[in-house]
Design a protein around this ligand. Structure first.
Ligand code: ADP
Length: 394
């Protein structure tokens, strides 16, 4: 059996999954939250049950030990399973990493250096790598980067039109994120359509708390909506997405906000949260249905932005075999799927209302039979993709 432990170590949380990517069997999974606070909350589940606890979680190392203790206590016992590899989600790989990478001292040094671009994420990812190495010194650790899939973008897609020397010096360019999900979903979508991946043209809409759109041609990302950081592009739970950069100058000059406050405003207090007071799309939808004007506007802005990128990517791809919805909102929100693609019949895109509203869960087609471009819902599975990539690297 191949046993892969997938670690997603965030700034205040640790998500993990033990799985066999060959059979797609999940043996255990868990989540530890509130890392950095004395007491955290933990949930560990296996095929035998679910256990909740409140372990001490002052830092990532202690949280990691809580995870290994849960495996020892509730199973599966990792020493008995025999880990093949540990796969780590790493948010920013810059232009240095374009493939899953075995963590060597050099790779670790590079991930650390890239923390400049992702100050919240890369240090937390690295803390997970270090804790895993301490816990499993003989098991290879592989870093799988959110940015890697987008390294195939051509210069015209990743270059910002600013002073080239300044951009070069500070490595300012579009990197793109959610790559693991976009890769997995585009491969599943091509298989679902029965189109060879190399010939497929897809627009993937990953709509979760973070959200991004990617144009995928022949299984390769050719453009994506997130940019230098995950702040650009679509409207998200708490992030603004696209904005005229001059808004930042204005708020600094006349609003008296300093850089940290601006960063916080745009990353943590904008998007759906900024527009409505809640960053959760379910709540926004409920409020809109109850007649709340701010929520109705937010939903319109959210869908308008998706449509903007769909149009752009149809043009970049010269037409698409399918538009694919994934992640929390994409997989579940009938209204977002319907509104984002409404009235596009002239472009050969028609969502079938009954298929869209059906209470199905799996991979499915929601376009009408006459729709030239198919519309699909494909549940993402980042853990499985990380596990596969980790195995491929060792
Ligand atoms: P993350 O980016 O944190 O992994 P998810 O992919 O889980 O997030 O997506 C979270 C978003 O999905 C939230 O905005 C949530 O409201 C939305 N969501 C989850 N379930 C539903 C649902 N049944 N209907 C509409 N939106 C949903």
């Amino acid at each position: 059996m191949i046993a892969v432990l997938v670690i997603n170590s965030g700034s205040s949380s640790l998500k993990y999954q033990l799985l066999d990517p060959a059979t797609e069997t999940v043996l255990a999974k868990g989540l530890i939250e509130r890392i950095g606070q004395p007491t955290g909350s933990m949930e560990h589940s296996t095929t035998g049950g679910v256990w909740r606890s409140e372990p001490p979680t002052p830092d990532h190392h202690v949280a990691f030990r809580a995870m290994t203790a849960a495996f020892d206590e509730h199973g599966p016992v990792l020493a008995e399973v025999g880990l093949t590899v540990v796969g780590h989600r790493v948010v920013h790989g810059g232009a240095r990493f374009f493939a899953p990478t075995v963590v060597t001292p050099q790779a670790e040094h590079d991930i650390d250096e890239l923390a400049e671009y992702a100050p919240l994420h890369n240090p937390a990812n690295l803390a997970g790598i270090r804790a895993a190495r301490t816990a499993f010194p003989d098991v290879p650790q592989v870093a799988v980067f959110d940015t890697a899939f987008h390294q195939t973008m051509p210069p015209e897609a990743y270059t910002y039109a600013i002073d080239a020397a300044v951009a070069e010096r500070y490595r300012i360019r579009r990197y793109g994120f959610h790559g693991t999900s976009h890769k997995y979903v585009s491969e599943r979508a091509a298989a679902f359509l029965g189109v060879p991946l190399e010939e497929s043209r897809l627009i993937v809409l990953h709509l979760g708390n973070g959200a991004s759109a990617t144009a995928v041609r022949g299984g390769r990302s050719i453009d994506t909506s997130m940019g230098f950081t995950p702040l650009q592009g679509l409207v998200m739970g708490t992030r603004s997405g696209d904005l005229d950069p001059a808004v930042v100058f204005q708020l600094a000059r006349f609003g008296g906000l300093d850089l940290d406050e601006l960063d916080e405003l745009l990353n943590k207090r904008s998007g759906l949260l900024g527009l409505t007071g809640t960053g959760d799309l379910r709540d926004v939808t409920a409020k809109a249905a109850a007649g709340d004007t701010a929520a109705q506007v937010a939903l319109d802005v959210y869908c308008h932005r998706i449509r903007h990128y769909v149009g752009a990517y149809l043009a970049q791809l010269g037409g698409a075999d399918a538009i694919v919805f994934t992640a929390g909102v994409g997989e579940n929100s009938t209204i977002v799927r319907e509104r984002s693609l409404a009235g596009l019949g002239e472009l050969g895109i028609a969502v079938d209302p009954a298929r869209n509203a059906a209470a199905e869960r799996g991979e499915r087609r929601i376009s009408s039979d006459g729709s030239r471009t198919q519309v699909l819902v494909i549940p993402t599975n980042e853990e499985l993709e990380i596990a596969r990539q980790a195995v491929s690297a060792v």
